[in-house]
Design a protein around this ligand. Structure first.
Ligand SMILES: Cc1ncc(COP(=O)(O)O)c(C=O)c1O
Length: 496
């Protein structure tokens, strides 16, 4: 196909000609396989300066069609160098995530179908597959039957919806009457730990509860919510006429993957009639392993739970499942049907637009269905189990290393540690954290600058911790060991 042909636009449809699409779709598939099978030539973290990518792209759009070949050229030359490779087996930053081949095919077909899963009628398969696949995942996680799932883009949105449902559950008619200017209304309060994800506070901002309406409960030595402090906070608020609206417990916090005492929290919530939302955006995936279920004790009593298949279930961004045991309350919070969206069968079917903020909804269930079918529940559990075993193995190495300190327990597959050379350890009590922090910041930068790995950081009670998260389908123990060797090498260089 020559250059002229590759720019051919079908005059009838004003789209790329079908044979041009076929050619580049095949090429893209070939490129994806090469890319995913050997990422060694790529720097894990993009070595890009701010503005570098923009400087290579014209400020205005092209007026005339450009040959697709040129677009693909620029994908390689302009876009790829500015990519941080989340699919790289040595990507250990934030929460390490991966797509998978069935997930990628699911995304492709989703774009091709381009259906809007807002109403059952607007694509019965999209709605019914979402009902089925979220129920499959519920079974995989060992959750009771009464939980019904809805897929959102992110856990941030899932938690926002859950807290909106909790607000509705108070019976204060906030949906209809709002919050402002109601002198009869007591202040609403939500409770979560100091280690909770920022999305919870953001939800409070959006929902009119406000940042001051979020009580951040202190955590214990293992960064778990302090249950007695929570009980006291709730009682104090009740005494002061403040309305406890929702408790958000986390299974797998962002910094250290700590696990809040969900069972005790759920019992307290039940006593007081408070909605319990569990943020298991990352950790939830580990419930597919039966031996890990003790970490999840009590989540079966929650009112809502969020789990992200796009974090540790090998499904491409975006895909987050919100489970709700009271879907009717979620619906009460969000359902609003203008005439043009009325359908004859609405009382017999689920219209997912009723269970969240967005009207337009992607057919995300398709990729999750393809991932679960292609990898199988056993395959998924084995991959997650492997990540956990690598994390435990590395934790064992760090625990006995004279120059390193684990800063938190390792319940899942994420480690937080710091470099503390043994010669400094006697001074560590008197030595300000600031200096040790600076040393670790420099170490992390040096490690990431190699381009061979990418790790991120956190701060725990003033201590800077290097964070290594394992979650990529292609990560092997050799990749983890290689990251550890790079850390040792750079630590040696820094302290010599
Ligand atoms: C515990 C927890 N909850 C929620 C989120 C937000 O997830 P999302 O990006 O899907 O909104 C994160 C992100 O890492 C997280 O770690």
């Amino acid at each position: 196909m020559d250059r002229e042909e590759t720019s051919r636009i079908e005059s009838r449809h004003r789209d790329l000609a079908p044979d041009v699409f076929r050619k580049y779709a095949h090429e893209a598939a070939d490129w994806i396989v090469e890319y995913l099978e050997d990422m060694n030539g790529y720097s894990v973290l993009a070595p890009t300066r701010p503005g570098e990518v923009k400087s290579k792209i014209p400020k205005s759009p092209p007026q005339k069609p450009e040959p697709f070949e040129n677009v693909m050229d620029d994908f390689r030359k302009v876009v790829l160098p500015g990519i941080t490779h989340w699919n790289h087996p040595r990507f250990f930053a934030y929460f390490s995530i991966t797509s998978s081949y069935p997930g990628i095919i699911g995304e492709m077909l989703c774009s091709a179908l381009n259906v809007n899963a807002m109403l059952w009628k607007t694509s019965p398969s999209a709605t019914e597959l979402e009902e089925v696949v979220t129920d499959w995942l519920r079974q995989m996680l060992g959750l009771p039957e009464e939980f019904e799932g809805v897929i959102n883009d992110t856990a941030s949105v899932g938690s926002l919806c859950a807290i909106a449902a909790a607000r509705e559950y108070t019976g204060l008619q906030v949906r209809g009457k709002g919050l402002a200017g109601r002198s009869e209304l007591s202040r609403l309060r939500i409770y979560t730990s100091e280690e909770a994800h920022s999305s919870i506070e953001k939800a409070a901002i959006v929902l009119g509860i406000g940042q001051e309406g979020v009580r951040k409960i202190p955590t214990d030595e293992a960064f778990r919510l302090d249950f007695h402090a929570l009980e006291k906070a709730v009682q104090d608020d009740l005494d002061a006429g403040v309305k406890p609206t929702c408790v958000i417990a986390t299974i797998g916090t962002t910094s250290t993957t700590s696990v809040d005492p969900v069972k005790e929290i759920s019992e307290m919530c039940k006593r007081h009639g408070i909605w319990l939302h569990v943020d298991a955006a990352y950790g939830g995936a580990a419930a597919v392993i039966k031996e890990m279920r003790s970490l999840f004790s009590g989540w079966e009593n929650a009112d809502s739970i969020v789990v992200n298949p796009h974090k540790w279930l090998f499904t491409p961004l975006d895909c987050s499942v919100l489970y709700c045991r009271r879907p009717e309350v979620l619906k009460q919070a969000f359902s609003l049907t203008p005439e043009y969206l009325r359908t004859a069968e609405e009382s017999d079917v689920k219209n997912f637009m009723d269970y969240g903020v967005s009207l337009g909804r992607r057919f995300r269930a398709l990729k999750l269905w393809m991932v679960i079918r292609s990898l199988g529940t056993e395959g998924i559990a084995n991959a997650i189990q492997e990540h956990i075993s690598y994390a435990r193995k590395l934790a064992g190495i760090i625990r006995v290393h004279p120059d390193f300190q684990l800063l938190a327990p390792v319940p899942f597959s994420t480690l937080v540690f710091r470099f503390l050379p043994s010669k400094l350890q006697t001074d560590a009590k008197t030595m300000p954290d600031l200096e040790i922090n600076k040393l670790n910041e420099e170490l992390l930068e040096a490690v990431n600058r190699t381009g061979r790995v990418f790790l991120s950081h956190t701060k725990l009670r003033g201590k800077y911790g290097i964070r290594l998260a394992i979650g990529n389908l292609k990560t092997t123990w050799e990749d983890v060991a290689s990251a550890w060797n790079i850390i040792l090498q750079k630590a040696k260089e820094l302290s010599s």
